[in-house]
Ligand binder design. Structure first.
Ligand code: SF4
Length: 306
């Protein structure tokens, strides 16, 4: 499957089919916590990256075979950079009876056409990590042509125009955007927006930069008390376990590394599991005491604990 991944069982979305409509890794931001690595194509130019009929056909085919709760645009970068997203949302809605969600970094919501294209969805999950320009530049490392005030106004305007579910996603990085001053600034932005939920998250996968350090779940919970009452700290680890179990990837990796120690690259080559997903699965296997990491001639090998 070229444009889809999953379906993934997620606590928040139920059974969700991911749709990835960007070449890796095309984004308007280059967040220090990004689990996809550095942004190789930092752009705000919207383009038609792939034949849209091909994407549509693949999504419709998989939707017909699975009892999906959501079809979710996310993936290798910022989905609203794809010029066809509005057409795809309308067509998929028409051809399947599934709910549609878009995960966005919010940076293009100042464009009227982007706001209009997302109107037909059932759920939008916009990110709001930074409420001050300094934090935004340090954390999200935006494309040079993006303007902070315009981005925030775009998000606020969209939130107030949109009538579907809007779950604001705030990702906190230790020492970067978790100060009480910054949380107050986030509150001020939130007070101007209509939303249905606020999710507080932290770094859960290996980040793009080693400087992006996670908060503990306890710290996240403390910060939820400083935010509006409907804020929920998500449970990253349990979430991860569920997603990985849904793919059955952890079991496949465990069976493979029980036969011989393997590097991440070897796992990708022999099982076809992308490196970021193998890393997440191995993290869970190590935490569960089922696998361990050893270094041999400067290479990291994973092996099963028998
Ligand atoms: S917006 Fe998302 S995809 Fe883009 S750099 Fe940030 S975390 Fe990565």
């Amino acid at each position: 499957m070229r444009y889809t991944y999953g379906p993934v069982a997620s606590r928040r979305l139920g059974l969700s089919l991911g749709v990835d409509i960007l070449p890796h890794k095309t984004c308007s931001l280059d967040c220090i916590y990004c689990q996809l690595g550095r942004t190789s194509d930092l752009t705000i130019e919207r383009k038609s990256f792939f034949p849209r009929e091909e994407i549509l056909a693949e999504v419709v085919e998989i939707a017909a075979q699975n009892n999906l709760d959501y079809i979710t645009f996310s993936g290798s970068g910022e989905p609203t950079l794809n010029l066809d997203i509005g057409w795809l949302i309308r067509q998929i809605k028409e051809k399947t009876d599934r709910k549609m969600a878009v995960l966005t970094n919010s940076s293009l919501l100042w464009m009227l056409e982007v706001r209009e294209e997302l109107m037909a969805t059932d759920l939008v999950v916009p990110s709001l990590d930074a409420a001050t320009e300094g934090v935004w530049r340090r954390l999200n490392r935006p494309h040079p042509d993006l303007e902070f005030d315009k981005v925030i106004e775009g998000l606020v305007t969209f939130a107030n125009e949109y009538s579907g579910n809007l779950w604001v996603e705030i990702l906190l990085v230790k020492g970067v955007n978790d100060s009480s001053e910054h949380i107050k600034a986030l509150r001020r932005v939130l007070s101007r927006m209509r939303y249905t939920k606020i999710h507080l998250n932290t770094v859960v996968r290996p980040p793009s930069e080693g400087s992006a350090v996670a908060l503990s779940y306890g710290e996240l919970e403390e910060i939820t008390k400083l935010l509006p009452a409907d804020t929920e700290a998500v449970l990253p680890f349990r979430e991860k376990v569920k997603q990985i179990s849904a793919h059955g990837e952890a079991e496949r990796i465990l069976a493979a590394i029980a036969r011989r120690p393997m590097t991440i690259k070897q796992i990708e080559q022999s099982l076809g599991i992308p490196q970021n997903r193998s890393k997440a699965a191995l993290e869970v296997l190590i935490a569960e005491g089922k696998a361990k990491l050893s270094i041999h001639e400067d290479e990291a090998f994973y092996e099963a604990i028998q």
